[in-house]
Design a protein around this ligand. Structure first.
Ligand code: ADP
Ligand code: MG
Length: 363
């Protein structure tokens, strides 16, 4: 501070005072800032696992493994519990028991967390004009793409299945649901991994860890920071590349879930046409528009996962409108290798594959 007083005495003009004070202020701020972040304190601990029919990768930044071992076990146990509640493939799950054993119009009690997820799903159903449908199970089962089927179902069968997928026939209350038609089922195929990200975040908050990136299939829970106070760099999968091959990097802060839906996860080809696992509930056929993938970034995992599926079905224009209306960030990758983003991501996405290019979205 001796130098500061000297400068102030020597240069007496008011503007000089302001500049000098600002300069020293910045120096002091930078000093405090670098002191409060210790880049050597936090180490990365990596764990792998399986749930929701997909691989799970956990990268956790903490002071020592004592903080992460227990956390890792807790996350695994919670994801197993959730999967056992929600999976339509597990005959013992609450969702499966109801879906294949109910009478139309009857009250069926479910754990309250499941009722809440269904309420949130119904909101996405309504907001997306039914592009996202929590009762799509009969159709996805008929196509069976996730189970490795490679045949296009007959038109009559598709029409019949469509009738059993009417989301308006699902009524959700605090701790029970009513399915108003026979042959329906409820499905968390499009939101389960996002729900798992929310559950993971709730556990992370209880532990003494600095930051983490937990990827559960197409959904990634981004939490805290590495100890450097910076945003995370999350890769966006190349929809026509190998697993892990990215087209770009997006900066994401540690409060968000990043979910991607695309036509490349599970599909078969017939007569040069791609039949994938995201079904357009209006036609009964895989969504067929200009998109290859949609990524949604927002604080709620269920919303990001559900909306990525919804926007994929809606296509670029309606999807962009929906993302803007809900104030979430979105990345749309089209079949002609153009990348469109919501305004908030314009400076946060860096394309790294020169076959793809960012385009300003104008409408
Ligand atoms: P992924 O599971 O590959 O991450 P999504 O989150 O987009 O991809 O979910 C796709 C799954 O959602 C499908 O496998 C199916 O179970 C279900 N699904 C397909 N189409 C729809 C739809 N229109 N609405 C709701 N769920 C859907
Ligand atoms: Mg989804």
């Amino acid at each position: 501070m001796v130098e500061m007083r000297y400068y102030l005495r020597k240069y007496k003009k008011p503007i000089t005072y302001v500049v000098v004070i600002l300069f020293f202020g910045l120096l002091i701020f930078a000093g405090i800032n670098t002191k409060s972040i210790d880049h050597t304190v936090y180490k990365e601990y990596v764990y792998a696992g399986n749930a929701f029919g997909t691989g799970i990768k956990k990268s956790i930044y903490a002071k020592n493994s004592g903080d992460t071992e227990d956390l890792n076990r807790k996350i695994d146990a919670e994801l197993r519990n959730l999967d056992n509640q929600l999976s339509i493939r597990k005959t013992d799950s609450e969702v499966c028991k109801i879906s294949y054993n109910y009478s139309a119009g009857g009250k069926y009690f479910l754990s309250s967390n499941i009722c809440q997820y269904l309420k949130d799903e119904l909101e996405i159903y309504k907001d997306s004009d039914g592009a996202f449908n929590p009762c799509i199970t009969k159709l996805t089962g008929l196509w069976g793409i996730e189970d490795g089927k490679t045949k296009i179902p007959g038109k009559k069968k598709i029409k019949k299945a469509l009738e059993q997928c009417n989301g308006d026939n699902l009524k959700v209350y605090k701790d029970y649901i009513v399915l108003e038609d026979e042959g329906m089922a409820i499905d968390f195929g499009a939101t389960g991994k996002g729900i798992a990200c929310d559950a993971t975040r709730a556990i992370l908050e209880k532990y003494d860890v600095k930051g983490a990136v937990i990827s559960i299939g197409g959904s990634i829970c981004v939490y805290g920071d590495k100890g450097d106070g910076e945003d995370w760099n999350i890769g966006i999968q190349n929809p026509r590349g190998k697993d892990g091959e990215t087209i770009g990097i997006v900066q994401v802060d540690g409060t968000k879930t990043v979910s991607t839906s695309g036509d490349y996860e599970k599909y078969f080809e017939s007569d040069g046409k791609r039949y994938h696992h995201i079904i357009d509930p209006r036609t009964g056929y895989p969504a067929d528009n200009e998109l290859m993938s949609v990524t949604i970034i927002c604080e709620n995992g269920l919303q990001s996962d559900g909306m990525s599926t919804a926007c994929f079905v809606l296509g670029l224009d309606k999807g962009m409108k929906y993302a803007n209306k809900k104030d979430v960030e979105a990345i749309f990758v089209t079949k002609d290798k153009k990348v469109y983003t919501t305004k908030g991501l314009q400076k946060k996405l860096r394309i790294t594959d020169n076959k793809y290019s960012w385009e300003k979205y104008e409408k």
